[in-house]
Design a protein around this ligand. Structure first.
Ligand code: DON
Length: 306
């Protein structure tokens, strides 16, 4: 079988995504993110052997936002096991990522770990398990990417905290059902801080490889069992892009996790991990060019899970 020319593949995919016209709008509900250029673009593919290839601004750090929820989930499961699922479900919500509506009828148990409500519960459990949820995520990203400069952008975290009425409302509401074990303020601070981690497409593609390797980390140690890794990939596929998860599965056909900073991390089980960044978002909060590029990638190669 001919070796894949990843560089050429990425060039072709980038050209196709940028040729599409639509760009979307940068997130403006977190003022520190509003200034980003919606047409900026970077993309990286890391393969299970640890090689990484990129195009565009693939080494530029951006705000990872909800992509961090993938790492909090993996670490909370690794540290605390299946008990996590008593406090958070694993069904798609069909609602926007910051919605409150289902929480009341569902007794403070969020639908899944990737909407904000569910991520707050996961952050709470990771905080309980480690004493430092954001530190655990940062350390994991640094180790897996080999980049010690992965860090939290305090200005972004502070900006989100100042405008975080919805997240604060979600956290208090969940706490009113007894589903948080730490003070609301601590949970929110760790949540804002892990969302405000800055990392590049290169860093995130490398950090996602443990899922492509069915649970095995860069140093060969096992973070998750093969079955747990499969389950995280499944929840990413069904819930990772919120109320657009059906459309994402339809177009891309891979487990993927997006963030309002414009990043999308997708897993090619057994083969590698791919991260795209472009800050222009669609109405669901997913990167327009990021999804277009992943669509072009899987269409060109057939590398979907289906
Ligand atoms: O809580 C928030 O609103 C942000 N820190 C993260 C939201 C996000 O990235 C949703 N993604 N598409």
């Amino acid at each position: 079988m001919a070796a894949v020319d990843y560089q050429q593949l990425l060039q072709d995919v980038m050209a196709e995504a940028l040729g599409g016209g639509a760009r979307g709008r940068s997130a403006d509900y977190i003022p520190a993110l509003a200034a980003a250029d919606p047409g900026a673009f970077g993309m990286a593919i890391a393969t299970v052997d640890g090689a990484v290839h990129g195009v565009g601004e693939w080494e530029r750090a951006f705000s990872i936002q909800s992509v961090s929820k993938l790492f909090t989930l993996a670490l909370a499961l690794a540290e605390g096991g299946d008990g996590l699922w008593r406090g958070v479900g694993r069904e798609p919500s069909g609602n926007p990522f910051n919605s409150l509506v289902q929480l009341e009828t569902e007794h403070g148990i969020p639908r899944n770990p990737f909407i904000n409500a569910g991520a707050l519960v996961v952050t709470d459990r990771l905080l309980e398990l480690t004493g430092d949820a954001v530190g655990a995520v940062r350390e994991f990203l640094r180790t897996e990417s080999g980049n010690p400069e992965v860090g939290t952008d305090d200005a972004v975290a502070a900006s989100e905290a100042r405008h975080g009425h919805r997240n604060a409302a979600l956290a208090h509401f969940i706490a009113s059902y007894g589903n948080l074990r730490n003070p609301v303020d601590s949970v929110l601070a760790h949540y804002y801080a892990h969302c405000a981690i800055s990392a590049s497409c290169r860093d995130l593609a490398l950090a996602g490889l443990f899922l492509a390797r069915h649970g095995v980390r860069v140093d060969g140690s096992r973070l998750l069992s093969r079955s747990e890794a499969k389950r995280i990939n499944a929840v990413m596929l069904t819930c990772g892009t919120y109320d657009a998860a059906g459309e994402f599965a339809y177009r891309v056909g891979l487990p993927g996790k997006s963030g309002v900073g414009g990043g999308v991390l997708a897993i090619l089980p057994g083969r590698g991990s791919v991260c795209v960044w472009s800050p222009g978002l669609d109405a669901a909060g997913n990167s327009v060019l990021g999804v277009a590029a992943l669509d072009a990638l899987t269409t060109a190669t057939g590398w979907s899970v289906f």
